[in-house]
Write a protein that binds this ligand. Structure first.
Ligand code: BES
Ligand code: MN
Ligand code: ZN
Length: 492
């Protein structure tokens, strides 16, 4: 999709569809007012008659509006003016963009950025708007035999805004495109999206962007490095594990990189501690942390962000097999620490710990790991907030703040040393599970034992990475959060 800002008079600018916002109760945004004026009070009349209520997400097409150069006017409800917030803007825009797309408009002039939200400036409205426009039309069809692309897709979105907003629009587009990359990787099934497939995707990324260099660490290299934890998970699967390393060089040569480590578990059956059958298919999404690293690399490479970033994705399947981990097995991780695998379904931390040890060689400015790590995080935070745990309070605050900026929010849980003793065992340096209590925290406690040498944060995205039910699918989170963190660092 093409997007840019245009300035001018909404009534004389030409497009196939202008999208103007009206609040619940009929209060009009400036562009709606301008349309209403030249059209002799048409919009006010529709509101008064009750034909258009202005509820958030409501839409109404008007044709051949007199005095308007554009073919059609799409009214978009914004909800009550007093209750204007990010969510209302996002849902109004989503619905309006989809309506224009399905209604056959190939270009639209969008004016919804005129909505006023407390604490949000015009750049925010444009950046978020462009991101929503980019993701609203996302359609997963990769594994359908009959593709159904719309005959007249929406190809161009113009924002009624000062040209200085183009930079924000561009950023939003890059983030949206990155999210779509993440969603497709997440939505692909486990028999297609294997560790090898992810490795090939990373190699393709390096072909697409000269700023990205990809290296794949193969199982024989892992053996040499002593990655006994990662390899113990992979041993139960016929798919070879891959440790994918994507280096993005946008900063100065000697600038320390920010390292993103994403869990790339392409299917989690639980292993010998096998999961129950209902909804087990959703464990294809267990690579969404890794997918968010791909999406973030895509976004920053498109933006040409001035920062050095390394994306690392340890990727494996977790399957039951004659050679799989058994409860009680003890494995030795790359850091030399021994782990008693009391539950083979706590495999994420096993593949992550070796990746977290591996990335020390990059002398990172900071490391963030992103993982669909614990069902307990869904119980604690539901699907709205990503869980955040960190060994550095300043870094945690930086991430929480970026989450608010991007409206892709995280919520911090404590990483107190008191929780560490839940990982004690008589037979190894630690167990891979810490019992029923505080499952998200003890998972992070496990990882914390591998990240003592650098500034580190852990994002548990088990609740935020995908939706279940009717709109089942990967969400593209937390690409906006990760990209915001990196953008802030690049501009610091
Ligand atoms: N990938 C799962 C976590 C998960 C479960 C994410 C459900 C989203 C929905 C992870 O590998 C896992 O199985 N974790 C266990 C840990 C437990 C054995 C300590 C869990 O959460 O049950
Ligand atoms: Mn598991
Ligand atoms: Zn898992």
């Amino acid at each position: 999709m093409k997007q840019a800002c245009v300035t001018g008079d909404v009534t004389t600018l030409k497009s196939e569809c202008i999208i103007v916002g009206i609040h619940d109760g009929g209060k009009m945004t400036p562009s709606a007012s301008a349309v209403d004026k030249v059209a002799g009070g048409l919009l006010a009349g529709l509101c008064k008659a009750g034909d258009f209520g202005g509820q958030a997400g409501e839409t109404l097409f008007l044709h051949n509006v007199s005095g308007i150069a554009s073919e059609r006017v799409l009214l978009a409800g914004l909800g009550k003016e007093k209750e204007a917030n990010e969510q209302k803007y996002i849902s109004a825009l989503n619905k309006a963009i989809l309506a224009a797309h399905k209604g056959g408009a190939s270009d639209a002039l969008v004016c919804l950025n005129e909505m006023k939200i407390k604490g949000r400036d015009q750049d925010w409205m444009l950046r978020t708007g462009a991101q929503i426009a980019e993701t609203a039309l996302y359609l997963y069809e990769d594994t359908k035999s009959k593709k159904n692309p719309p005959k007249h897709p929406l190809k161009t979105v113009q924002w009624l805004a000062d040209k200085s907003g183009d930079e924000a629009v561009k950023q939003g587009m890059c983030i949206g495109q990155g999210m779509n990359v993440t969603r497709t990787l997440g939505n692909l099934p486990g028999n297609i999206c294997t560790p090898t497939y992810l490795a090939e995707t990373a190699i393709r990324m390096a072909d697409d962007f000269s700023s990205v260099k990809t290296t794949i660490v193969e199982e024989k290299d892992m053996e040499k490095l002593g990655m006994g934890a990662l390899l113990s998970v992979s041993r139960g699967s016929r798919q070879p594990a891959k440790l994918i390393v994507m280096e993005y060089n946008g900063g100065k040569k000697d600038d320390k990189p920010v390292v993103l480590v994403g869990k790339g578990l392409t299917f989690d059956s639980g292993g010998i501690s096998i999961k129950p059958s209902p909804a087990m298919d959703e464990m294809k999404y267990d690579m969404c942390g890794g997918a968010s690293v791909f999406g973030t690399m895509e976004a920053i490479a498109r933006m040409k962000l001035k920062l050095n970033v390394i994306g690392v994705v340890p990727s494996s399947e977790n399957m039951p097999d004659g050679d799989a981990n058994k409860p009680g097995d003890i494995v030795t991780s790359m850091a030399g620490k021994t782990i008693e695998v009391l539950n083979t379904d706590a495999e994420g931390r096993l593949i992550l710990c070796d990746a977290l040890t591996y990335v020390d060689k990059f002398k990172p400015a900071a490391v963030i790991d992103i993982a669909t790590l614990t069902g307990a995080c869904i119980i604690a935070l539901g699907k709205h907030a990503t869980g955040l745990l960190s060994n550095d309070e300043t870094f945690a605050a930086e991430i929480l703040n970026a989450g608010k900026q991007a409206h892709d929010r995280a919520w911090q849980l404590p990483l107190w040393e008191e929780y560490q003793e839940q990982l004690n065992t008589n037979f190894a340096d630690m167990a891979n599970v810490g019992g029923r209590e505080a499952g998200t925290i003890t998972a992070a406690c496990f990882l914390a034992r591998y990240t003592e040498d650098y500034t580190w944060a852990h994002l548990d995205i088990a609740g935020t990475a995908w939706n279940s039910g009717g709109d089942k699918g990967a969400t593209g989170r937390p690409v906006p959060l990760l990209t915001q963190i990196l953008m802030n660092r690049a501009n610091a």
